[in-house]
Design a binder for this molecule. Structure first.
Ligand SMILES: [Zn+2]
Length: 315
């Protein structure tokens, strides 16, 4: 009987599950609304239900599900499979998600941070295929990160490594939700771009700008609006400072950039490269390829499955 694995991307908005071969081919997929406001019990029940349905499909095809990998947002203790806290799930405080799922499913479950899962996904089947050391940055509402070294996620002592978005760039900069100030996330995320744009346009127009979106700012920059263009260049520079630090510390083969802000690639990447060449050591800076992610919304699901496979293969 062939082995398969189930990968889950538990997002604040959507819950995606996929049945994958051990080579990472998606055999079946499901997607439904997470409805996080229903509270953790209902969300976990929904998760269990989806995984069971996927397992049923596997059984019908004569396949055996060996493990389930779940990518979840927030602070995750990978070693224990506990969601410490998650901005998308306000009532999830030290929720033992791995135990809850294993109790209901009787299959080994591995919980990953969503950005780590996405990094593994890109390395397994996406932009980083065949590359053994790469770092993923997801530039979305916030900035997530995942560090893959020698084909493995660098988890850290508490399973909490890779929080690249909370690298300090400006000591007395913008206050971040994590408690620190001047984090990369406050400048290189969609929210950071909107804030920079509003600040640059000044208080006079603050009411008109209250609803401005990052997509409108990209459009304005492409239409040649000087302030929008400058905001995107400055964002690219901040990203470049962060990446230069990563290059000097990790000497990776590749940096993969994903998330919604990737749509503005042409508006920021020039300044990012400039900053990297100015700040990082020449040899690793020239070696490091900076590329957009390839898997889009599938990265988390595929990577969560990869994480589960690695885990069961190593135990
Ligand atoms: Zn922070």
């Amino acid at each position: 009987m062939s082995s398969v694995v189930i990968g889950v991307d538990l997002g604040g908005t959507n819950l995606r599950t996929a049945l994958l071969s051990v080579e990472g081919d998606i055999l079946d997929r499901r997607k439904e609304a997470t409805n996080a406001s229903d509270g953790w019990k209902k969300v976990v029940a929904r998760l269990v239900d989806n995984i069971k349905q996927q397992r049923e499909i596997a059984v019908q095809r004569g396949l055996h599900v060996t493990a389930v990998g779940v990518g979840a947002p927030g602070v995750i203790r990978m070693d224990k499979g506990v969601v410490v806290k998650s901005p998308n799930f306000p009532d999830w405080n030290n929720l033992p998600l791995k135990d809850e799922l294993e109790k209901a499913l009787h299959i080994p479950v591995v919980i990953e941070n969503d950005a780590n899962a996405a990094a593994l996904g890109e390395q397994w089947r996406g932009a980083g295929r065949g590359i053994n050391s790469m770092i993923l940055l997801t530039l979305g509402t916030g900035v997530g990160g995942g560090i893959v070294l020698d084909n493995k996620i660098w988890q850290g002592a508490d399973g909490m490594a890779g929080e690249i978005g909370h690298m300090t760039l400006i000591p007395d900069g913008r206050q971040c939700g994590c408690g620190n100030s001047g984090c990369l996330e406050m400048y290189a995320s969609a929210r950071g771009i909107v804030q920079s744009y509003r600040e640059a346009r000044g208080m006079l127009e603050v009411n008109q700008l209250s609803d401005v979106t990052s997509a409108q700012i990209y459009q304005a920059a492409r239409n040649g609006e000087p302030i929008a263009r400058q905001v995107m260049k400055d964002m690219g520079s901040m990203l470049g400072i962060g990446i230069a630090n990563l290059i000097n510390i990790f000497n990776p083969n590749m940096i993969v950039i994903g998330g919604g802000v990737k749509d503005a690639w042409d508006l920021f990447i020039g300044s990012t490269h400039e900053e990297i060449m100015k700040r990082a050591f020449q040899v690793p800076a020239e070696r490091t390829e900076i590329v957009p992610s390839l898997l889009g919304d599938d990265a988390g699901m595929i990577g969560a499955a990869a994480g589960a496979l690695h885990k069961i293969q190593s135990t």
